[in-house]
Design a protein around this ligand. Structure first.
Ligand code: ATP
Length: 361
């Protein structure tokens, strides 16, 4: 029987990695279509770099298979993969100028003469390094050095680029502008890109899809919006954005088809995934921006009361810090004028649409 041909550019089939008795990555399946920007997001030690290095050919898997363009790449040597790599530490050649650093991968591929010059100049312009072509890496700032590393990677137009925390060493403002720059380069070249970060905002801003990792395994894969609006696990809900988490036990379904959870502060409704039907420890997740101050206009909505502990002004909105009857602390975001808000210490009532809440395990 013939195997179905995978249409994915990169098809990760049950790849796993063990170091002695330690599992760095449990068997992982992941299909990455051509041209996608996929981010591996998770805390330190969750297995992101391990997975990336197996795709790069820098690490052999313990089990599983890596298929690229329908070909078995599992043990293909790194120099035969032709992927572009960018790491946190720029790894530029210190004795070469910016121009020579960027020309290097083209020379390795026997590109010469006018074609070589044109592509180097074009790529340096794209990363705004035109005026720095004759400088050495030591004469550049961290951000400029990382731009050279990006140019050196994009210049040979690899079909696949792998980046491991490339902006980790830069300050916040520079990181944010470089995020948009990398996104722009990715769009322009149509590269398939796998990007590793532990920064959730970076992942939300840059990615077509995010693969959330924790404890050596994938927790959830989805678009930034899916992951934010529809977290499938407690970890995904708490690692990405702010979440209010209310523990409880399942007690059945509501009229509207939602599930009901008995929590220490009352019965609340939310959406439950079929696979969690028999889970023991469930948590209702609701984002702060779903909460509205005041009693609910609809009996099907969730409504609770709480003590207003503090109001924090964060520029675009107010963050209301609330304490529920059982001591659980939650937060609500609110855009009203601070003078219209209840006062600290007051007991307030608030509500949210039940279908906006997720019940996860
Ligand atoms: P970080 O964001 O800190 O880089 P990560 O999610 O990329 O974390 P990995 O580098 O993939 O994590 O490491 C996953 C786990 O495997 C870690 O606990 C790490 O200590 C372990 N590990 C990685 N390389 C080795 C090795 N060569 N020998 C033993 N254990 C290793």
């Amino acid at each position: 029987m013939t195997q179905p041909v995978s249409r994915a550019k990169i098809d990760i089939q049950g790849l796993s990695k063990e170091f002695g008795s330690f599992t760095a990555l449990r068997p992982t399946n992941l299909q990455i279509p051509k041209g996608e920007f996929l981010t591996l997001l998770g805390p330190s030690g969750s297995g992101k770099t391990t997975l990336l290095q197996m795709v790069a050919g820098l690490l052999d898997p313990t089990r599983g298979k890596l298929v690229v363009d329908g070909q078995d790449w599992t043990f293909r040597p790194v120099n035969e993969r032709g992927v572009g790599l960018v790491f946190q530490h720029y790894a530029l050649f210190p004795h070469m100028t910016v121009e020579e650093n960027v020309a290097f991968p083209l020379k390795m591929r026997k590109v010469t003469g006018e074609e070589l010059r044109r592509r180097v100049v074009e790529t340096l312009d794209k990363v705004q390094l035109g005026p720095f072509t004759h400088r050495f890496p030591r004469e550049l700032s961290g951000g400029q050095q990382q731009r050279v590393a990006l140019a050196r990677c994009f210049v040979f137009r690899p079909e696949i680029i792998l980046m491991d925390e490339p902006l980790g060493a830069l300050d916040k403002a520079l990181r944010e502008s470089m995020q948009l720059e990398i996104r722009g380069l990715h769009r322009e070249f149509g590269t398939t890109l796998i990007y590793v970060t532990h920064d959730q905002e970076e992942a939300l801003v840059m990615s077509d899809r995010i693969c959330v990792m924790n404890h050596a395994q994938v927790e959830q894969i989805g678009t930034p919006h899916e992951i934010y609006a529809d977290p499938e696990t407690i970890f995904a809900a708490s690692f990405i954005g702010h979440s209010n988490l209310l523990k409880g036990k399942l007690v059945g379904k509501s009229d509207g088809g939602l599930h009901m959870l008995d929590t220490p502060v009352g019965r609340l409704a939310g959406k439950l995934r079929a696979r969690d039907k028999h889970a023991k420890d469930l948590v209702l997740v609701v984002r702060p921006e779903q909460l509205r101050v005041g009693p609910s206009p609809d009996a099907r909505h969730n409504e609770l009361s709480a003590t207003l502990r503090d109001v924090v002004y964060v520029g675009s909105e107010n963050r209301l810090l609330l304490t529920l009857a059982d001591g659980t602390e939650i937060s609500a975001s609110d855009k009203s004028d601070p003078s219209d808000l209840p006062k600290q210490g007051e007991e307030i009532c608030f509500h949210w649409r039940s279908e906006r809440a997720r019940i996860v395990s």
